[in-house]
Design a protein around this ligand. Structure first.
Ligand SMILES: Cc1cc2nc3c(=O)[nH]c(=O)nc-3n(C[C@H](O)[C@H](O)[C@H](O)COP(=O)(O)OP(=O)(O)OC[C@H]3O[C@@H](n4cnc5c(N)ncnc54)[C@H](O)[C@@H]3O)c2cc1C
Length: 506
């Protein structure tokens, strides 16, 4: 068969893989998408327990926007046909934050009013908060500039036009706070979204934090039908464009001839020849397990092993036989803090112990009939270091899992909902091992590598693989973890392949 007739294989139908596959299909390429599971989406999925269908992961989908205010994913979804098949709901606020001492704040989800809220709470820090706001938006503008240039921009060009991007690229969130304000309480309040990045202000790259903050202030949404509907619709659109998806297809090996990609082999021995591969599987497994070792340079091996792996999560999914009103639940996203000390909050994520920072999400606030009439769906989430769960003996695993779920329900009862336990009809918990089991993301990492200074968006591993014809897509590369960033990462991998092919490199 002529090489040009062969498909491009995308391994993994997580959002990174779906982004890549759809971008290629939109460009008229023949694409074969191979997914080990029997449903698409990776983390972007839902599951049923009793009479409840639980959202598996999503709280807020960023970067879609509206017809009047389109964001970076809007046109992509429109071209695919996704927008006409799904309805998105917008939350009424960014989040509510409650603290053990009674401080209780609701943050608006608009650019100006968010910062006005901070000034209202800390009027003496007005000057510093305004300076902070300017930095946040300048970084975002710089990011938009680079995105609009589709990566074709020189470091000097960035420095001249958007110096803040380069300056903040090397700073943690704490470094930026140091330049704006010292008040510890303000720093904690302004860092409430740190769980979305996986690292506290002392460690997280400020750029990641600002990109998420602005994305959530700019029209973040939730799909009616949950992530499962979103992933299914993306697949439907992909197939309509001529793409092929194969489920229960676990790729075991990438076949290489003369240093170049020539195909893949499934665990069951089936082989699929191809001209290029985009892998949505983490770069460590793709490089060290799927590729013949001799094809990977020592330098590249160091590159995939060098960054630390980011956090996983522990989640308790609760089906409650009471309405949000019965339970006194008024907000979709509530961050609960049992200390103002963010280092303590972070340290508790590294151990299997009662958490100090927890997110309680009631999906019925997003749309009422997400669970049967008279019930509600509440999900409690904390970050957890995946490694700490790998060392739990199999005999203790279920006990530890129950203990942690109980700690989280206790915390939610102590800080906000005293009678939560009484209303539980169905409960399920997911540990980092659960997340690893379903996604094969190492350590169950939900954002890929840690999003710290060494792995800022500018320094993170990009889509280019270790041999010609192999590319990466998803949370581990390019822009880091998250729904929109993983989809965009896939689109970037597809773009890189198309460009290299045009230049004759593949
Ligand atoms: C509890 C939780 C809450 C979250 N909340 C949010 C949120 O509110 N907003 C947000 O933006 N992000 C959120 N995230 C993060 C987000 O879900 C992830 O960063 C993102 O979905 C990662 O997508 P991915 O494509 O990189 O990887 P994955 O979703 O891990 O997809 C990888 C795919 O590859 C498949 N695969 C693996 N190995 C093979 C193989 N050998 N052969 C074939 N297929 C294979 C897997 O089955 C999977 O389908 C959350 C995550 C979790 C777990």
């Amino acid at each position: 068969m002529n090489k040009n007739e062969l498909p491009i294989v995308v391994i993994g139908a997580g959002l990174g893989g779906l982004g890549a596959a759809c971008q290629l299909a939109l460009s008229g390429e023949k694409v074969l998408l191979l997914e080990k599971h029997n449903v698409p989406g990776g983390f972007a999925t839902s599951f049923v327990r009793g009479r409840f269908e639980f959202e598996g992961a999503l709280h807020a989908l960023a970067e879609v926007g509206t017809e009047e205010h389109p964001l970076s994913l809007y046109d992509f979804f429109k071209d695919l046909g996704v927008l006409s098949k799904i309805e998105f709901k917008k939350p009424t606020d960014l989040c509510r934050s409650v603290f053990y001492d009674g401080l209780d704040i609701t943050f608006p989800n608009e650019r100006d009013t968010y910062f006005e809220k901070l000034i209202e709470l800390f009027p003496n820090e007005k000057k510093g908060i305004n300076k902070y706001r300017d930095i946040v938006f300048k970084v975002r503008e710089g990011f938009n500039y680079v995105a609009a240039k589709e990566g074709k921009v020189s470091p000097l060009g960035i420095l001249m036009k958007h110096p803040y991007l380069a300056r903040v690229g090397g700073l943690t969130l704490s470094d930026v706070f140091d330049r704006c304000f010292k008040n510890q309480k303000l720093r904690t309040v302004a860092s409430q979204l740190w769980g979305y990045e996986g690292l506290p202000p002392s460690k997280v790259n400020a750029m990641y934090y600002f990109l998420v903050l602005v994305a959530l202030l700019d029209d973040a949404v939730f799909p009616v039908g949950r992530s499962h509907a979103l992933s299914n619709i993306i697949v439907e659109c992909f197939e309509k464009l001529g793409g092929t998806i194969k489920y229960n297809a676990l790729v075991n090996r990438i076949i290489v001839k003369e240093g170049k990609v020539t195909g893949v082999e499934l665990l069951n021995g089936e082989k699929y020849p191809c001209k290029a591969i985009i892998s949505n599987v983490n770069p460590i497994c793709t490089t060290m397990k799927m590729l013949p070792r001799e094809n990977v340079s020592d330098l590249y091996k160091k590159r995939v092993y060098a960054p630390d792996i980011g956090p996983s999560a522990f989640t308790v999914y609760l089906g409650l036989n009471a309405t949000p009103k019965d339970l006194g639940i008024t907000h979709f996203e509530i961050f609960m803090n049992s200390t103002y000390n963010l280092e303590e909050q972070y340290l508790s994520t590294l151990r299997i112990e009662r958490p100090k920072y927890l997110l309680a999400s009631c999906y019925n606030i997003m749309y009422e009939d997400i669970s049967p009439p008279g019930t509600s769906q509440v999900v409690l989430t904390i970050l957890q270091d995946g490694k700490s769960w790998y060392t739990v003996s199999p005999y203790l695993y279920h006990r530890k899992k129950d203990e942690m779920a109980n700690h989280m329900i206790d915390m939610a009862e102590d800080l906000l909902y005293p009678n939560l336990r009484e209303s539980i009809e169905t409960a399920e918990a997911a540990t980092p091992l659960t997340y690893y089991h379903y996604s094969k993301s190492l350590n169950g990492a939900i954002y890929g590598y840690k999003q710290d200074l060494l792995d800022s968006p500018m320094l993170r591993l990009n889509s280019k693989g270790p041999i010609p014809g192999l590319y990466f897509a998803g949370a581990w590369v390019n822009l880091g973890g998250g729904y929109s960033t993983s989809i965009t990462s896939g689109r970037m991998a597809a773009g890189m392949y198309l460009e290299e092919r045009e230049k004759g490199g593949v």
